[in-house]
Design a protein around this ligand. Structure first.
Ligand code: MEV
Length: 291
Protein backbone atom coordinates (compact mmCIF):
# COMPACT_ATOMS: atom_id res chain seq x y z
CA UNK A 1 0.00 0.00 0.00
CA UNK A 2 1.27 3.50 -0.81
CA UNK A 3 2.79 5.40 2.11
CA UNK A 4 0.22 7.90 3.38
CA UNK A 5 1.13 11.57 3.66
CA UNK A 6 -0.75 14.72 4.61
CA UNK A 7 -0.20 18.41 5.25
CA UNK A 8 -2.10 21.24 6.94
CA UNK A 9 -1.44 24.89 7.75
CA UNK A 10 -2.93 27.55 10.02
CA UNK A 11 -2.16 31.11 11.07
CA UNK A 12 -1.34 32.52 14.49
CA UNK A 13 -3.39 35.23 16.20
CA UNK A 14 -3.23 38.27 18.42
CA UNK A 15 -5.99 39.13 20.86
CA UNK A 16 -6.84 42.77 20.32
CA UNK A 17 -8.80 42.96 23.55
CA UNK A 18 -10.61 40.74 26.03
CA UNK A 19 -8.12 38.01 26.94
CA UNK A 20 -8.64 36.25 30.28
CA UNK A 21 -12.16 37.74 30.62
CA UNK A 22 -13.09 35.60 27.58
CA UNK A 23 -12.47 32.47 29.68
CA UNK A 24 -15.46 33.56 31.84
CA UNK A 25 -17.95 34.23 29.04
CA UNK A 26 -17.08 37.82 28.16
CA UNK A 27 -16.49 38.67 24.49
CA UNK A 28 -13.03 39.18 23.04
CA UNK A 29 -11.77 40.37 19.65
CA UNK A 30 -8.85 38.62 17.98
CA UNK A 31 -7.12 38.93 14.63
CA UNK A 32 -5.47 36.14 12.63
CA UNK A 33 -1.97 37.13 11.55
CA UNK A 34 0.33 36.55 8.59
CA UNK A 35 2.60 34.16 10.49
CA UNK A 36 1.73 30.54 11.05
CA UNK A 37 2.48 26.84 11.23
CA UNK A 38 2.53 23.94 8.79
CA UNK A 39 2.36 20.28 9.85
CA UNK A 40 3.46 17.49 7.50
CA UNK A 41 2.67 13.84 8.23
CA UNK A 42 4.36 10.82 6.70
CA UNK A 43 3.61 7.25 7.68
CA UNK A 44 6.71 5.81 9.34
CA UNK A 45 7.72 3.32 12.01
CA UNK A 46 7.03 4.76 15.47
CA UNK A 47 6.02 8.35 16.26
CA UNK A 48 8.74 10.92 15.56
CA UNK A 49 8.38 14.68 15.92
CA UNK A 50 10.67 17.01 13.98
CA UNK A 51 11.11 20.75 13.61
CA UNK A 52 11.31 22.43 10.22
CA UNK A 53 15.11 21.99 10.27
CA UNK A 54 14.67 18.21 10.63
CA UNK A 55 15.92 18.10 14.24
CA UNK A 56 14.03 15.77 16.59
CA UNK A 57 11.61 17.48 19.02
CA UNK A 58 11.54 15.79 22.42
CA UNK A 59 8.78 17.31 24.49
CA UNK A 60 6.33 15.19 26.47
CA UNK A 61 3.47 17.72 26.27
CA UNK A 62 3.95 18.20 22.53
CA UNK A 63 3.85 14.44 22.06
CA UNK A 64 0.67 14.20 24.16
CA UNK A 65 -0.89 16.99 22.04
CA UNK A 66 0.01 15.22 18.80
CA UNK A 67 -1.37 11.94 20.19
CA UNK A 68 -4.71 13.68 20.83
CA UNK A 69 -5.11 13.62 17.02
CA UNK A 70 -2.63 11.25 15.43
CA UNK A 71 -3.09 7.48 15.84
CA UNK A 72 -0.42 4.99 14.79
CA UNK A 73 3.11 5.50 13.48
CA UNK A 74 3.94 8.78 11.75
CA UNK A 75 6.75 11.22 11.24
CA UNK A 76 5.34 14.64 12.17
CA UNK A 77 7.26 17.67 10.88
CA UNK A 78 6.32 21.06 12.31
CA UNK A 79 7.44 24.24 10.54
CA UNK A 80 6.52 27.58 12.08
CA UNK A 81 7.49 31.25 12.07
CA UNK A 82 5.46 31.90 15.22
CA UNK A 83 7.59 32.48 18.31
CA UNK A 84 6.51 30.18 21.15
CA UNK A 85 4.98 31.61 24.34
CA UNK A 86 4.52 35.14 22.89
CA UNK A 87 0.70 35.25 22.97
CA UNK A 88 0.66 34.72 19.20
CA UNK A 89 -1.26 31.46 19.15
CA UNK A 90 1.61 29.09 18.36
CA UNK A 91 -0.13 26.15 20.06
CA UNK A 92 -3.48 26.98 18.43
CA UNK A 93 -1.92 27.20 14.97
CA UNK A 94 -0.23 23.87 15.64
CA UNK A 95 -3.55 22.37 16.77
CA UNK A 96 -5.45 23.50 13.68
CA UNK A 97 -2.63 22.60 11.28
CA UNK A 98 -2.34 19.15 12.89
CA UNK A 99 -6.07 18.42 12.59
CA UNK A 100 -6.02 19.56 8.95
CA UNK A 101 -2.93 17.45 8.21
CA UNK A 102 -4.55 14.39 9.79
CA UNK A 103 -7.72 14.85 7.75
CA UNK A 104 -5.57 15.25 4.63
CA UNK A 105 -3.56 12.09 5.38
CA UNK A 106 -6.52 9.90 6.28
CA UNK A 107 -9.17 11.31 3.96
CA UNK A 108 -11.48 11.97 6.92
CA UNK A 109 -14.16 14.60 6.34
CA UNK A 110 -13.58 17.76 8.34
CA UNK A 111 -16.23 20.45 8.72
CA UNK A 112 -15.77 23.63 10.76
CA UNK A 113 -17.40 22.15 13.90
CA UNK A 114 -15.23 19.01 13.84
CA UNK A 115 -12.10 21.11 13.27
CA UNK A 116 -12.99 23.28 16.27
CA UNK A 117 -13.70 20.31 18.56
CA UNK A 118 -10.54 18.39 17.64
CA UNK A 119 -8.27 21.41 17.84
CA UNK A 120 -9.85 22.14 21.25
CA UNK A 121 -8.65 18.72 22.45
CA UNK A 122 -5.08 19.71 21.51
CA UNK A 123 -5.38 23.13 23.14
CA UNK A 124 -6.62 21.51 26.38
CA UNK A 125 -3.43 19.45 26.52
CA UNK A 126 -1.35 22.63 26.30
CA UNK A 127 -3.44 25.06 28.35
CA UNK A 128 -5.80 23.21 30.71
CA UNK A 129 -8.94 25.38 30.48
CA UNK A 130 -8.68 27.50 27.33
CA UNK A 131 -11.63 29.57 26.14
CA UNK A 132 -11.19 28.31 22.58
CA UNK A 133 -10.64 31.76 21.06
CA UNK A 134 -7.08 31.06 19.90
CA UNK A 135 -7.83 28.07 17.71
CA UNK A 136 -11.19 29.51 16.60
CA UNK A 137 -9.51 32.57 15.05
CA UNK A 138 -6.62 30.46 13.79
CA UNK A 139 -9.07 28.20 11.92
CA UNK A 140 -11.34 30.98 10.62
CA UNK A 141 -8.77 33.73 9.89
CA UNK A 142 -9.68 37.43 9.71
CA UNK A 143 -10.88 39.58 12.59
CA UNK A 144 -13.46 37.96 14.86
CA UNK A 145 -15.45 38.55 18.01
CA UNK A 146 -15.54 35.37 20.11
CA UNK A 147 -17.74 34.47 23.04
CA UNK A 148 -17.87 31.25 24.99
CA UNK A 149 -21.48 30.40 25.91
CA UNK A 150 -23.07 27.38 27.64
CA UNK A 151 -24.38 26.38 24.18
CA UNK A 152 -20.94 26.52 22.58
CA UNK A 153 -18.70 29.18 21.07
CA UNK A 154 -20.18 32.10 19.15
CA UNK A 155 -17.84 33.43 16.49
CA UNK A 156 -18.76 36.65 14.69
CA UNK A 157 -16.60 37.69 11.72
CA UNK A 158 -15.79 41.41 11.67
CA UNK A 159 -14.48 43.47 8.72
CA UNK A 160 -10.78 42.89 8.05
CA UNK A 161 -8.92 45.91 9.46
CA UNK A 162 -6.63 48.12 7.39
CA UNK A 163 -4.14 48.51 10.26
CA UNK A 164 -1.13 46.35 11.10
CA UNK A 165 0.28 45.80 14.58
CA UNK A 166 3.77 46.12 16.02
CA UNK A 167 4.80 43.23 18.28
CA UNK A 168 7.47 43.86 20.92
CA UNK A 169 9.07 40.79 22.47
CA UNK A 170 9.66 40.74 26.23
CA UNK A 171 12.40 38.17 25.66
CA UNK A 172 10.77 35.58 27.94
CA UNK A 173 7.96 33.14 27.17
CA UNK A 174 4.66 33.39 29.03
CA UNK A 175 2.95 30.32 30.48
CA UNK A 176 -0.72 30.44 29.45
CA UNK A 177 -1.74 27.51 31.67
CA UNK A 178 -0.21 29.14 34.77
CA UNK A 179 -1.56 32.61 33.98
CA UNK A 180 -5.12 31.33 33.41
CA UNK A 181 -4.90 29.32 36.65
CA UNK A 182 -3.60 32.41 38.50
CA UNK A 183 -6.56 34.50 37.34
CA UNK A 184 -8.95 31.72 38.43
CA UNK A 185 -7.35 31.70 41.89
CA UNK A 186 -7.87 35.48 42.28
CA UNK A 187 -11.59 35.34 41.55
CA UNK A 188 -14.10 36.54 42.67
CA UNK A 189 -12.03 39.48 43.95
CA UNK A 190 -11.08 40.57 40.42
CA UNK A 191 -14.48 40.00 38.78
CA UNK A 192 -15.24 43.73 38.52
CA UNK A 193 -12.08 44.09 36.39
CA UNK A 194 -13.12 41.14 34.20
CA UNK A 195 -16.55 42.79 33.74
CA UNK A 196 -14.81 46.07 32.80
CA UNK A 197 -12.71 44.23 30.20
CA UNK A 198 -15.88 42.72 28.73
CA UNK A 199 -17.52 46.17 28.49
CA UNK A 200 -14.38 47.62 26.90
CA UNK A 201 -14.51 44.97 24.14
CA UNK A 202 -17.99 46.18 23.16
CA UNK A 203 -16.67 49.72 22.91
CA UNK A 204 -13.61 48.62 20.91
CA UNK A 205 -15.86 46.86 18.40
CA UNK A 206 -17.56 50.19 17.70
CA UNK A 207 -14.20 51.90 17.03
CA UNK A 208 -12.27 49.36 14.96
CA UNK A 209 -11.82 51.94 12.17
CA UNK A 210 -10.71 54.69 14.52
CA UNK A 211 -7.09 53.93 15.54
CA UNK A 212 -6.74 56.81 18.08
CA UNK A 213 -9.93 55.75 19.93
CA UNK A 214 -9.20 52.04 19.55
CA UNK A 215 -5.62 52.57 20.74
CA UNK A 216 -6.80 54.32 23.91
CA UNK A 217 -9.06 51.34 24.63
CA UNK A 218 -6.15 48.91 24.13
CA UNK A 219 -4.06 50.85 26.65
CA UNK A 220 -7.01 50.81 29.07
CA UNK A 221 -7.27 47.05 28.50
CA UNK A 222 -3.60 46.76 29.47
CA UNK A 223 -4.29 48.69 32.69
CA UNK A 224 -7.10 46.26 33.55
CA UNK A 225 -4.88 43.26 32.72
CA UNK A 226 -2.29 44.72 35.11
CA UNK A 227 -5.03 45.01 37.74
CA UNK A 228 -5.89 41.31 37.44
CA UNK A 229 -2.21 40.43 37.93
CA UNK A 230 -1.10 39.17 34.51
CA UNK A 231 1.30 41.91 33.47
CA UNK A 232 4.95 42.32 34.49
CA UNK A 233 7.33 45.24 34.87
CA UNK A 234 8.88 44.22 31.54
CA UNK A 235 5.50 44.22 29.73
CA UNK A 236 4.54 47.55 31.35
CA UNK A 237 7.87 48.96 30.11
CA UNK A 238 7.19 47.73 26.55
CA UNK A 239 3.75 49.40 26.61
CA UNK A 240 5.34 52.66 27.84
CA UNK A 241 8.05 52.39 25.17
CA UNK A 242 5.44 51.98 22.40
CA UNK A 243 3.36 54.93 23.67
CA UNK A 244 6.47 57.14 23.96
CA UNK A 245 7.33 56.18 20.36
CA UNK A 246 3.93 57.48 19.19
CA UNK A 247 1.63 54.44 19.27
CA UNK A 248 -2.11 55.13 19.62
CA UNK A 249 -2.23 52.37 22.19
CA UNK A 250 -0.47 49.26 23.43
CA UNK A 251 -1.09 46.26 25.66
CA UNK A 252 0.26 42.87 26.56
CA UNK A 253 -0.74 40.16 24.08
CA UNK A 254 -2.47 36.99 25.27
CA UNK A 255 -1.92 35.38 28.63
CA UNK A 256 0.83 37.73 29.87
CA UNK A 257 3.44 37.10 32.53
CA UNK A 258 6.04 37.09 29.76
CA UNK A 259 5.44 36.98 26.04
CA UNK A 260 4.97 40.12 24.01
CA UNK A 261 3.18 43.45 23.81
CA UNK A 262 1.27 44.68 20.78
CA UNK A 263 0.97 48.28 19.65
CA UNK A 264 -1.45 50.03 17.30
CA UNK A 265 0.18 52.89 15.42
CA UNK A 266 0.02 54.78 12.12
CA UNK A 267 3.65 53.71 11.60
CA UNK A 268 4.13 50.28 13.21
CA UNK A 269 7.57 49.92 11.58
CA UNK A 270 8.57 53.11 13.42
CA UNK A 271 7.50 51.56 16.75
CA UNK A 272 9.60 48.47 15.98
CA UNK A 273 12.58 50.68 15.05
CA UNK A 274 12.22 52.61 18.34
CA UNK A 275 12.05 49.32 20.25
CA UNK A 276 15.18 48.00 18.51
CA UNK A 277 17.00 51.21 19.48
CA UNK A 278 16.25 50.17 23.09
CA UNK A 279 17.51 46.63 22.51
CA UNK A 280 14.00 45.17 22.23
CA UNK A 281 13.24 42.70 19.44
CA UNK A 282 10.09 43.37 17.44
CA UNK A 283 8.31 42.98 14.12
CA UNK A 284 5.14 43.99 12.33
CA UNK A 285 2.25 41.58 11.72
CA UNK A 286 -0.61 42.02 9.25
CA UNK A 287 -4.15 40.63 9.40
CA UNK A 288 -4.62 37.30 7.63
CA UNK A 289 -7.88 37.25 5.64
CA UNK A 290 -10.60 34.83 6.71
CA UNK A 291 -11.29 31.56 4.87
C1 MEV B 1 -4.57 33.19 25.54
O1 MEV B 1 -4.15 33.46 24.21
C2 MEV B 1 -5.87 33.88 25.82
C3 MEV B 1 -6.41 33.69 27.24
O2 MEV B 1 -7.61 34.45 27.32
C4 MEV B 1 -6.70 32.24 27.54
C5 MEV B 1 -7.87 31.69 26.73
O3 MEV B 1 -8.71 32.46 26.25
O4 MEV B 1 -7.93 30.47 26.61
C6 MEV B 1 -5.44 34.21 28.28
Amino acid sequence: MAERRGAGSAGGKLILCGEHAVVYGHPAIAVAIDRGTTVRLREASGLTLRGGDGAALRDARLEEAVRAIVAGDWEVTITSDLPIGRGMGSSAALAVALVRAWADATGEALDAAALHERAFAVERVFHGNPSGIDHAVSARGGLVRYRRTPDGPVLTPLPLPSWSLAVLDSGAPGDTRAMVAGVASRRPGIDAHLDAIGALVGEAEAHLDDPPRLGALLTENHRLLTAIGVSSTRLDALVALALDAGAHGAKLAGAGGGGAALALADDPEGIVAAARAHGVDGFVVRPRPGV
